[in-house]
Design a protein around this ligand. Sequence first.
Ligand code: MG
Ligand code: MG
Length: 396
Amino acid sequence: MRVTLSVIKADVGSVGGHTMPSAAMVGRAKQLVADAVKKGLLLDGMVTYTGDDIALIMSHQHGTAAAPVHNFAWDVFLQATAIARSEGNYGAGQDLLVDAPSGNVRGAGPAVAEISFELLPKHRPAEAFMVFAADKCAPGAYNLPLYLSFCDPMHNGGLLLSPVLHKGFTVTVIDMDHRGKEDRVIKLNIPEQVWDLAALIRDEDRFAIEAIHSRVHPDEQIVSVAATRLHNVAGKYTGKDDPVALVRVQSLFPAPEELVEPWATIHQIVTGDCRGSHNMPIMPTAINQAVTGPYCLPIVSSLGFSLNKEGKFSSNYVDFFGGEAFDYVRHKVQEKAVDFRRQGFFGVAMASKTELAYTGLTDTLTALDKKFEMRRDDAAVSKESRKASKDAKDPD
Ligand code: MG
Ligand code: MG
């Protein structure tokens, strides 16, 4: 049967600042998801949080961008918002940027990652998948880790060892700055166009890996990333995008250990953090953790699931970043974060000019711009007069 995995995530309010949703908000979301499974809307579903974002992880048979599922997710976030308001929580309803979505919440505020596939075909006898959820950063945060796992044998030896992985992938990149009714996307074949891919996705504020497909089985989508920028929806800074990524693993696709490797070794610096306006290393964290680091340290969680022939999740999940190996990583990231923060707002410690365009800094710079005065530059004037007298002596 054909199954769709949908991960839909939003920040609809949190306790004491941008930290974590309240227990009552998460409890309500869990109850609604359990009801939706009972009623048959979903095959299975669960609720987690990463920092201040609630994630709904769902399996169903309605396909991608399906109104029943997206409307359900919107309703869950509305009900969690109502609880956030009643509790006085910070940023209640923050990511719900439109009054009512038209059956698709993509572009309405929540982050959406979805993949549809035939469940358990001959070439893929077991279905396993991972869910990454990041807080305090933008969709480009997944560019480097995905590039290293899918394009670089130094980080994923499976690209040399597996005959299927060795055939490569088709990577879809989206231009997140493009506005209008159509998306602007490019498909690149790996390994032939690996440096073209690198040239684009190094600019992670603008270009994001949105999808990755197998080249041996082109109908099989391996990766889906929520690649929309909230400031393009709202026209101003309303909170960071906090992207989710869905990755199918094993049986023809990379293994979980090949996907978590870059998060352990790179200690990647991303744009985000406090007011979404700084550059900071992203810290892999256990699931259901509050953000409490210096400023608002970007964090990412990573869960693993198996799916049975009825589309139901295994009885428990694996928390890839929850273990001891990542305690070491967290120390390294924390050291790097403190070093970076010592530089405050100067130079590369703060986000790029393009990102800051959506913040109050622009108003200050515009106001100051009008107060600049013109002052005589004696050196330039004497250089000009020397040139004039030389021209008079040596006419053409
Ligand atoms: Mg927030
Ligand atoms: Mg958030």
